[in-house]
Design a protein around this ligand. Structure first.
Ligand SMILES: [Mg+2]
Length: 284
């Protein structure tokens, strides 16, 4: 980071020649991807997640807005209306993944790493994001049911692992009826529609647009941006989005896959994304 393109072009191949020495720093579990250089692509995003009070404030802001919208819905709710419900994503929405990302940085990993993630969700206990527990408890105290819909894949135990992560935070309505774990797909639409048949879903909470609506599941950066512009009136109302600078479908839009391998090609793709708008200094 901060290196000029020409310098990076020179340094990356040189660093790759030294990959053996870097891999010695990584543990066995770090094998699937190797560090490219001393300047880890993830450091800025993870440092922000770990330290910025602004990051924390954005969660409080999201849950405060959610509460306002919920209170409005409760006021309008009449006898005979469908019961109210909330559909929420889990990871990076109500469960913090910051310790997982901190571990990746320590291992010199540059992108999401499945084997480490699979260990982490089992062996660590993700803590609640700021304000999540209070908000969900408040909704439950008003008789609003919470449905958890998450995409995860850790084999046969996937459901129980997710259930335990939620139970570990003592969130309300954590049971087989209210938790859906999608192992094969990130498409939450079928389950969301099923819930909406029986409930008036007043809030969708997520850190990925796909948590709010499958219509956002497109591969192109421009298309994603245009869709958000089209749907701008929903944000802060039924759609509450939380910040995630480390992973999600925004990564997929850049690289064509959500968990890209660390490679020189991908370093360059990240650089192209970061220079999408770039001031061209006038030449003398
Ligand atoms: Mg998530």
């Amino acid at each position: 980071m901060g290196l000029s393109l020409s310098y990076r072009k020179l340094i990356v191949p040189a660093v790759l020649l030294c990959a053996g020495s870097f891999s010695a720093l990584a543990s066995e579990e770090a094998e699937p991807s190797k560090p490219l250089s001393g300047s880890n692509l993830l450091i800025s995003a993870v440092a922000w997640k770990q330290t910025a009070a602004e990051y924390r404030a954005l969660y409080y802001q999201g849950f405060n807005i959610a509460k306002l919208h919920l209170d409005n819905a409760l006021q309008r709710h009449g006898e005979g209306d469908k019961p109210l419900a909330i559909i929420t994503d889990a990871d990076d929405t109500i469960l913090s993944t910051n310790a997982y990302w901190g571990h990746l940085i320590e291992q010199d990993m540059e992108f999401f790493n499945d084997p480490i993630w699979d260990r982490w969700v089992v062996e660590a206990q993700p803590v609640a994001t700021p304000g999540a527990k209070e908000f969900l408890d408040y909704a439950a105290s008003k008789g609003v049911e919470i449905f958890y819909v998450t995409s995860r894949e850790q084999g046969e135990d996937t459901f129980n692992i997710a259930l335990n992560n939620l139970k570990g935070n003592d969130f309300p309505f954590v049971d087989a009826e209210h938790l859906t774990v999608l192992r094969e797909t990130s498409n939450k639409e079928t389950r969301q529609k099923e819930i909406a048949n029986d409930f008036n879903v007043v809030l969708y909470l997520g850190d990925n647009l796909n948590d709010l609506s499958r219509s956002y599941y497109v591969t192109d950066v421009e298309e994603r941006l245009a869709l958000v512009d089209e749907q701008k009136s929903k944000f802060g109302f039924e759609h509450i989005i939380f910040p995630n600078p480390t992973d999600g479908h925004w990564v997929r839009a850049i690289f064509g896959e959500s968990e890209p391998p660390a490679s020189v090609e991908n370093v360059n793709k990240f650089r192209d994304a970061a220079t999408r708008h770039s001031w061209q200094a006038p030449t003398e």
